[in-house]
Design a protein around this ligand. Structure first.
Ligand code: ADP
Ligand code: MG
Length: 690
């Protein structure tokens, strides 16, 4: 008896799949009928229109499909390079052409006279003026092959399943397409102007035409599947968030005149227009009865900290605590110092780092638990289970790109629906921000504080470094301080400090009369703090460092950033480093030293960097050059892999998907939206009921 098939039916019930093949498919994560439906071809062969060999002269250097028979085949050895050559004379009734393979002698056992083949390749003129096709793709075809004369989908290989069998299995699966519900509500579909899902899936497996749009994944059927992916992704994020959103915050936040006056008193400068705007967005969120989830983007130096601090003061004066999470101890220290300067002793501020003594830790934990500490600034140490707040009202995550989603959630769990503000100085292009942070509102500080001058950026080749050193000497004479950065991957387990310490020695020898210090992530906290404090006080002329200084460090007197082996850094990272200078009144420089043998494309990258100053522009370029995965680094686990969707190219679709997801949650409620999301994710609804 036939088992009725549903999207969640295990693959072994599909015709053509026995237990053995089911195992092979499952090993490739193809578990259900739905998985097979979404296992799309990676290319197509149009077997409808083979080229006639008689016409091949017009197709030199273009890929052609030929169908015909092998009329003779022979192996030989080329006299010149002693290369093994296998040649087959190929005839399609209109003419003959020579097929040539190099160093594949085993082909003599596979391709025989009389074989009927389909051939893909580019005809070329050999040095003797003969038309031949070198190393073509080939496939034996049966005269009665059902794919003959069709557009044939080509699937990636799955274990040992022969391609034809896999093709058959998927075709069988497609017969049950009717059972696949189109979960995107009809009105949404209509508004987005897309066709139905089952029909789209069928057309991608079995296209009737290979139009240009189709091959670029821009056909209506591709757009439908892209939207499906994006929509599911957005819906899941929204549902996750909606579960919190329906809950209302129990705290009421008010901003009265006293509070306004206090903020005015604290502010050492006038806020920029952009800072005011985002501050208002944040203040509105704090006062709303729904928890805030906001991403604050702003280029390096755009002044995010002060905005976060004002938000913190609002929360604290309303009787709740605030946590500020930062990626490094240096940054914690810097935030701590700066905030202490601004707020004096009117706030109880504490630090939380991994290097606290047992006693400090006890005091901290007690102070947070009984609410005495109003603002805590810390590293990952804040996320420990032991850290309990009396009433955490606002959690701020600085330099979000150094943290993952789980860490954000761990902090969130420490309060009763705390408001969340995440800040990033890696300006993520809007498209990507929507994709990864679709559950966050976006605020952007798109204006630098007044008086910032443009940092002069120059790329120099390593042999020119002496001229750069001379320039450094002159600048130090006039009172400047300098960073010299060596590439080192701080995250790596076996950290190789050799290049850095060698670099340090080089600089020391070259600048014998200057005060030179070294800093890297493996120094103790005390040593790092000591060095940083000395640098800030102007007691160090040249700080030789790794990228530990990449984020957030603020020393206004530092005016040269020298980056050694700059071709080994990502553009966004270079931009972060460049942002360490130009923070004061001094004219500032960023000098990139590149390897004289650097690859063409990395030279190109550095030149792009030299020419662009805006972080968004840099990030956008970087993203396009390296792709989202590399760009975000391994820590960003939140980004799914989409089949056809490309968040750069298709960001308009991502926006539509996001709006549609928001609408569904709003109109139909979180519970219904969750049901839809679950169906879309392919989790059998029945299965979740057990
Ligand atoms: P980032 O956004 O990179 O975290 P910061 O918050 O560290 O930037 O600010 C960079 C520098 O600019 C700090 O020294 C800060 O005091 C200063 N700053 C911030 N906002 C203003 C402003 N509106 N006017 C003048 N200086 C400002
Ligand atoms: Mg900062």
């Amino acid at each position: 008896m036939l088992v009725p098939l549903y999207p969640h039916t295990p693959v072994q019930f599909i015709k053509g799949v026995g237990q053995a093949r089911a195992n092979v498919l499952q090993a490739a994560a193809l578990n259900t009928l739905r998985d097979l439906l979404y296992f799309f071809p990676f290319r197509y062969e149009d077997r409808r229109h083979p080229t006639r060999i008689a016409d091949i002269g017009r197709n030199i250097d273009q890929s052609v499909l030929l169908r015909g028979r092998v009329v003779s085949a022979a192996s030989k050895t080329s006299p010149v390079k002693r290369m093994k050559i296998f040649e087959a004379m190929f005839d399609d009734g209109t003419g003959t052409v020579m097929l040539v393979w190099f160093n594949q002698p085993y082909l003599a056992d596979q391709i025989k006279r009389g074989d009927h083949l389909a051939i893909y390749g580019q005809p070329r003129l050999s040095s003797h003026g003969r038309v031949q096709i070198e190393s073509p793709d080939w496939e034996k075809i049966d005269e009665d092959d059902e794919s003959e004369g069709k557009i044939v989908p080509i699937y990636s290989k799955i274990g040992n399943i022969p391609p034809k069998a896999l093709h058959r299995i998927i075709a069988n699966a497609l017969e049950s397409l009717d059972t696949l519900d189109d979960t995107m509500p009809p009105d949404v579909r209509e508004r987005l102007g897309v066709i139905g899902l089952p029909e789209s899936i069928r057309r991608i497996h079995q296209p009737e035409e290979l139009t240009a749009d189709f091959l670029r994944y821009r056909s209506p059927e591709h757009l439908r599947v892209i939207l499906e992916e994006f929509f599911t992704f957005q819906l899941v994020m929204r549902v996750r968030r909606a579960a919190d959103e329906v809950k209302k915050k129990s705290r009421a936040i008010t901003i009265d005149d006293d509070l306004r006056a206090e903020v005015k008193r604290i502010l050492p400068f006038k806020l920029t227009g952009a800072q005011k705007r985002v501050l208002k967005e944040i203040a509105d969120d704090l006062r709303s009865d729904r928890p805030m989830y906001r991403l604050l983007q702003g280029d390096v130096g755009s002044g995010k900290t002060i905005v976060a601090l004002i938000a913190a003061i609002i929360m604290i004066r309303n009787g709740h605590q605030v946590a500020l999470l930062a990626p490094t101890e240096i940054l914690v220290e810097q935030h701590y110092q700066r905030i202490r300067q601004l707020v004096d002793h009117s706030l109880v501020v504490a630090k939380a780092t991994g290097s606290m003594t047992a006693g400090e830790r006890r005091t901290l934990l007690a102070g947070l638990r009984d609410g005495y500490i109003q603002l805590v600034i810390g590293t990952h140490a804040l996320l420990e289970e032991k850290v309990v707040f009396k009433s955490l009202g606002l959690a701020i995550v600085d330099e979000q790109h150094r943290f993952g989603v789980e860490q954000r959630q761990r902090l969130f769990a420490k309060g009763d629906l705390p408001d969340i503000l995440v800040m990033t100085a890696t300006p993520i292009p809007r498209s990507l921000a929507l994709a990864i942070f679709g559950d966050l509102e976006l605020s952007v500080i798109d204006e630098l504080p007044p008086g910032r001058q443009r940092i002069k950026t120059a790329v120099r080749s390593a042999p020119e470094i002496e001229r750069v050193y001379k320039f450094m000497d002159e600048e130090i004479d006039s009172g400047a301080q300098i960073y010299v950065v060596y590439p080192l991957i701080e995250e790596s387990e076996k950290l190789n400090l050799k290049p850095l310490s060698e670099g340090f020695e080089t600089i020391r020898r070259r600048f014998p009369n200057r005060r030179v210090a070294m800093m890297h992530g493996r120094l103790s906290t005390a040593e790092k703090e000591e060095t940083m404090a000395k640098f800030k006080r102007g007691e160090i002329d040249i700080l030789v460092a790794t990228t530990v200084i990449e984020v957030g460090i603020d020393v206004p007197n530092a005016s040269i950033m020298l980056i050694v082996e700059a071709d080994r850094f990502g553009l966004s990272q270079l931009h972060q480093l460049r942002g360490r200078v130009g923070r004061g009144a001094r004219k500032s420089y960023c000098v990139l030293i590149r390897n004289p043998r650097a690859a063409e494309d990395s030279i190109e990258r550095l030149n792009i960097f030299e020419a662009s100053r805006d972080g968004f522009e840099v990030a956008d370029r970087d993203l396009h050059l390296r792709g989202p995965g590399e760009f975000l680094g391994t820590r960003q686990s939140g980004l799914p892999r989409f089949r056809f969707g490309n968040i750069l190219r298709d960001f308009d679709l991502m926006e539509q998907a996001r709006d549609a997801a928001i609408e569904i949650v709003d109109k139909q409620g979180a519970a219904r939206a969750e049901g839809i999301a679950r169906e879309m994710l392919g989790v059998a609804v029945e299965a979740t009921r057990d």
